[in-house]
Design a protein around this ligand. Structure first.
Ligand code: AHM
Ligand code: MG
Length: 338
């Protein structure tokens, strides 16, 4: 491919369709629908700061429509986009307690789970936020609501695709179908995601750690030891590491994907399973990071091998460069063996 050639996301998805085992165009259509929803969400995210001066803070906007909070808007937009094509049998959203069945009969072959707008504490202060998605194939459980609940509760290693959209200084969509990781940047002028970061590889080791260190006193001893190790002065091993923490998982993982290092949201004394949700946050990010050459564990076990029990199940997450995640695992395991 000549260096100057422009590849749109839609073109890329179509060209790569053949790599997919069940290549019938359905997955391509889902990815297309998600990218379309992302553009609509992006448009609203970009206007977030104007809401007050445009007078849209009341219950209805100038069109007489009810004004939705941005995360609720994103939730609805994705459902709308994925409901039309008939490729999905059931959806799940971080914003909704239960599954969202699409149609009772003749429903599609795919399940999409998504976190419509991740990083909620950053929405109102113009700090990066994101959308995360995870796609599974239907296992053909019985067609009841209970059957659909089972369809939505598959292990992370059954994902056929996963990705995220980062609404940051530019808007990027990064995804994998199990054949590497590719990143696309939205060109707002033409409204297209363009291939900007092909075949992303995470560095084998980084120099950043990313965590909410405010919870330090609630951590396990092994993790405190790891933390102290990271900030020790030892230039020969690249320490001390620098701290970076945005508080939006998508943004923190995105940086980790490019610069390497480790992100962790561990269990604490008050939250024994951590905060992040296995199905909506940990699994899709684990798939992307593993596909880029990194690792994702709950402290011990590989994230994508955890048997899910509930849609909103939380799990501790240690994710990033393989050397860094292994190092964290070593400290945690060592302490527990004592
Ligand atoms: P949210 O779903 O309410 O946005 O919460 C998830 C977010 C993640 O994006 C981020 O990694 C984490 O919460 C930050 O939590 P904390 O404020 O405890 O550091
Ligand atoms: Mg979230």
């Amino acid at each position: 491919m000549p260096k100057s050639s422009i590849v749109t996301l839609d073109r890329f998805i179509l060209d790569r369709q053949i790599e997919f085992r069940y290549s019938s165009g359905e997955l391509s259509r889902i990815l297309y629908d998600i990218s379309l929803a992302a553009k609509v969400i992006n448009r609203e995210v970009n206007k977030a700061g104007l809401v007050d001066i445009l007078g849209l803070t009341n219950a209805t906007n100038v069109h007489g429509e009810e004004v939705k909070k941005l995360d609720d808007f994103a939730h609805r937009e994705i459902i709308k986009s994925l409901s039309l094509g008939g490729q999905c049998c059931v959806l799940g959203s971080e914003e909704e307690e239960d599954i969202i069945p699409i149609r009772e009969e003749d429903s599609g072959e795919y399940i999409v789970l998504f976190d419509p707008l991740d990083g909620s504490s950053n929405i109102d202060v113009n700090v990066s936020i994101g959308t995360i998605f995870s796609i599974y194939r239907r296992q053909h459980q019985e067609g009841t609501v209970e059957g659909l609940r089972k369809e939505a509760l598959q292990r992370g290693d059954s994902q056929v695709a996963a990705g995220y959209v980062l609404y940051g200084s530019s808007t990027m969509l990064v995804y994998t179908t199990g054949h590497g990781v590719n990143g696309f940047t939205l060109d707002p002028g033409i409204g297209e995601f363009l291939l900007s970061h092909p075949n992303i590889q995470i560095p084998a080791r980084g120099k950043y750690y990313s965590t909410n260190q405010g919870y330090y006193h609630l951590w396990d001893e092994g993790l405190k030891n790891y933390m102290r190790y990271l900030i020790e002065d030892d230039p020969a091993t690249g320490r001390p590491y620098s701290l970076r923490y945005i508080g939006t998982l998508v943004a923190d993982i995105h940086r980790t994907l490019f610069y390497g290092g480790v992100f962790f949201y561990p269990r604490t004394k008050t939250n024994p399973s951590g905060k992040l949700r296995l199905m909506y946050e940990c699994n899709p990010m684990a798939f992307i990071i593993e596909q880029s050459g990194g690792m994702a564990i709950d402290g011990h076990q590989r994230i994508m091998e955890i048997e899910p029990k509930r849609l909103h199940q939380r799990e501790p997450l240690f994710i990033g460069s393989s050397a860094d995640v292994r190092q964290a695992q070593f400290f945690l395991t060592q302490q527990e063996a004592k």
